[in-house]
Write a protein that binds this ligand. Structure first.
Ligand code: ZN
Length: 582
């Protein structure tokens, strides 16, 4: 249901300003920090023209800027692009080429995954050689070949274009603990036809020389944040954010997102009297060249404020793209599912199909524990993708122009952009005005039960996950009582909202992170309830290793059970019940 005040807010949306920004950015390469800063200045200038207050932070971010690259073999030169965080090889690195087959990424769920199944068998082949394999030059692929002892890595992209990317698994600017994971070998991406030719050469035992010209260091990076104060709970805020730096002119990824946030800032400023909570809107630098360095810096710099006051984080990447009619691969945490489904039904008249957020896309807030929704936005139907012969990509509404020179103005679609701006605006507006925060943790508890049952099925009688199940059932019971009391308004809204936020601080980290709060997990896939995920691998281990795995599982189960019990205690809120009884 669209409320009358939401109706008024939506009526203020226009495509004029956002489309102007899309057109401007479609001619501005936004890779080098100097160019990104200039584009940030432009956004700030537009915001100030609307009278919107904006603070511009200027953190030093550690970035890796890819330059030219090529592969030389048998007197032939092959086109290539190095991913950010490749090691430098401007003077050339020569080595024997070896091909190790990988599963071609077939959908968005697996493109960020590690690709090799069996490590041991490949070690002897990879050691001291340059390894070529199918996929994107992702952290999964590159870190795995580095572990195998390769001296260089070449990724064969699925099509005729070469996609830019980033190959470090370190999330944001590295700290001392992260540094050992910074890639030490040069990596390149080549297109599919060249990759096939190189596989031929590898099969003949050829030697190749790879070149990658890299620039790495600290760069002062502008990072504008708008804050529109809510009238009732100004300390509490919804965080809407997206990246401004891109590969090349990056229209679908992510000029359209930058434009969406600009229009939302303009419109919400006009209607600020209608907001109960505050809305902060941030444009990130260092997304592409620093593995989310901008959002990670923000998470670090304002960690305690975020912990205390942030009610939700909403990522805005690749809305408004050509042919992206659907909302079928929508990243969202389970507790937000009903909420976002209603928004998308009301605004776009579409059925949302949510999925677990990938370890990607400026989700730099999982370790603090913040309910989150959206990452990539609308997308094509599978039929359209099949018609076009498109393979899986990580943005641009499934247009394969993603992360290439082809991500130009025709990737943006005016009508779809207008619709998607309204989707984001409604979500932010409802989140900032709802009396009770619209997150249902019962959905998350049920997700946990499904995860635990699936893991138990895989573990068989090798390990007993019933303590996890009991704790999850206990949490669900406490939540049933809590939401019944919320429904009958037995709990004051502020108290209920504090509980809903406190639950996020426990239940998001236990479902999305392995490392402690206020650190950042690597940019590699994290399975649900990761502390007990080893349960799915028990059949892979020999008898001796199985003992180690079971030890790990026992410790992991303790951590999970303790967290679920803490959460149940918060939901029951003993003190509240005692007060009510007194
Ligand atoms: Zn993006």
């Amino acid at each position: 249901m669209i409320s009358p005040s939401e109706q008024q807010v939506l009526a203020s949306v226009s495509l004029d300003e956002p489309w102007k920004l899309v057109e401007t950015f479609s001619t501005w390469v936004r890779e080098h920090p100097n160019d990104v800063n200039r584009a940030m200045d432009h956004v700030v200038e537009r915001l100030r023209a609307f009278g919107v207050p904006v603070t511009v932070h200027e953190p030093q971010l550690y970035l890796s800027l890819p330059g030219k690259a090529r592969v030389e073999a048998n007197g032939k030169t092959f086109r290539a692009k190095p991913p950010a965080y490749s090691a430098d090889a401007r003077h050339g690195l020569e080595g024997e080429l070896v091909y190790i087959a990988a599963n071609q990424a077939d959908d968005i769920d697996t493109i960020f995954d590690k690709k090799l199944d069996r490590k041991g068998a490949q070690q002897a082949r990879a050691r001291g050689r340059i390894v070529i394999s199918e996929g994107y030059a992702s952290p999964g692929l590159v870190s795995q070949f580095e572990e195998l002892g390769a001296v260089g890595a070449i990724a064969i992209n699925p099509g005729v274009d070469i996609h830019w990317g980033i190959c470090t698994s370190v999330w944001g600017t590295p700290d001392l603990d992260d540094l050992p994971r910074k890639p030490k070998i040069p990596a390149l991406a080549v297109n599919n036809p060249d990759g096939k030719a190189l596989i031929e050469l590898a099969n003949q035992g050829a030697r190749v020389t790879i070149y990658a010209d890299m620039e790495e260091g600290w760069f002062k990076s502008k990072l504008p944040v708008v804050e529109i104060k809510g009238a009732q709970e100004p300390d509490k805020f919804v965080l809407l954010h997206g990246h401004l730096d891109s590969w090349d002119v990056g229209v679908g990824d992510n000029a359209v997102g930058d434009a969406t946030m600009l229009e939302i800032a303009r419109v919400l400023w006009q209607h600020k009297d209608k907001l109960a909570r505050s809305v902060r809107i941030a444009w990130w630098p260092g997304h592409s060249t620093g593995r989310y360095a901008g959002s990670t810096w923000f998470a670090d710099a304002f960690a305690i404020d975020l912990e205390e006051n942030c009610v939700a984080q909403i990522n805005c990447d690749s809305p408004g793209c050509r042919w992206a009619t659907e909302f079928t691969e929508l990243s969202r945490m389970s507790e937000t599912d009903t909420f976002i489904s209603e928004v998308i039904q009301d605004i776009a008249n579409k059925k949302a199909v949510g999925e677990r957020p990938h370890r990607a896309g400026d989700y730099s807030f999982n370790n603090i524990g913040i309910s989150s929704y959206f990452m990539l936005s609308s997308t094509m139907t599978p039929e359209k993708r099949a018609d076009m012969g498109y393979y899986a990509v990580g943005g641009c509404g499934a247009n394969i122009a993603w992360h290439t020179e082809n991500d130009t103005i025709e990737i943006a679609d005016r009508d779809i952009l207008l619709r998607d701006i309204k989707v984001y605006l409604s979500a932010v507006f409802r989140n900032a005005t709802a009396e009770f925060l619209p997150f249902d943790w019962r959905l998350t508890a049920k997700e946990f039960l499904r995860t635990i049952d699936r893991y138990q099925g895989k573990a068989g009688d090798r390990f007993d996950l019933s303590p996890s199940r009991e704790a999850a059932e206990g949490l669900l019971q406490s939540l049933e009582t809590f939401y019944r009391d919320v429904g009958s308004k037995k709990i004051p809204a502020r108290e209920a909202n504090r509980i809903i936020m406190d639950l996020a601080r426990i239940l998001v980290p236990i479902n999305y992170t392995r490392v402690p709060r206020f650190r950042h997990d690597p940019a590699l896939t994290i399975p649900p309830l990761p502390t007990i995920a080893t349960a799915t691998e028990l059949s892979d281990f020999d008898e001796q290793t199985l003992g180690f795995a079971l030890t790990q599982l026992r410790r992991g189960q303790n951590r999970l059970v303790s967290a679920l019990r803490d959460a149940a205690r918060i939901a029951r809120s003993e003190e509240r019940l005692a007060r009510a009884a007194a």
